[in-house]
Design a protein. Sequence first.
Length: 278
Amino acid sequence: MVESFALRKRLPVSNMSAMKIAVCVKQVPDSWAEKKMVGGVLDRENVDAVLNDLDEYAVEEALRIAEAHGGNEEGGPHTVTVISMGPDRATDAVRKALSMGANDAILVTDAALAGSDALATSAVLAKVISDGGYDLVICGTESTDARMSVIPAMLSARLGWAQLTFASKVTVDPAGTVAITRVTEAGVDEISAAFPAVVSVVEKINEPRYPSFKGIMAAKKKTIAQKDLAAVGVTAQAAWSQVKDATPRPARAAGIKVSDEGNGGEALASYLAEKKLI
């Protein structure tokens, strides 16, 4: 948990020409890596770490929004800033987002943040966003290490901004409005709000670009502002919940081979019936 702080709700700006877009990203363990718990928290030091897959869609959408209205590089009027919280090595994930085309990045890194839950994470990110004066914040729906899908809503609540979540399509008017399409089991929702707003995008909203060689080289020169909690202006406390014990997933049992000696179909049907699959 992080101590509370006051945030002012920004009023919509008319005839806005330049947008400040923030994208929240996270470095996570590789989806294919074996996960282990150490001291009640996920071991992130001894596993390959990558940019959260679902955050790549958020970065791509932010870049497409900027490019559709004049661009964010080489004299373009808009800016796309990547914001993350994590250890020092999270710069690798942030750098990938920069190589895709984002302008700059902010990484909040502090030993006191190790093992932070969603409440603490959202408080830190909200403070950085509030201080940055952004018009639009774009997030992926969730991180592949936690699967909580609550950070966008928490940011909205802390900032006092509108939340437009689970967007399958985003349309932005730089004059100060954003509209999304959300597909649910009940139908299709069309939602709009004035800036500032928090948007979360679903997987497959777009096809994230692969960083080009030029983009990778350019990313090495882009600024990653690293801040600790003192610089951000918040104080970290223990998470609200802790993992007391974790049992590794058991090894996968060997499969059963059904031989076909003229009655393979019957043998397969019998096996499926035995397992109550048919």
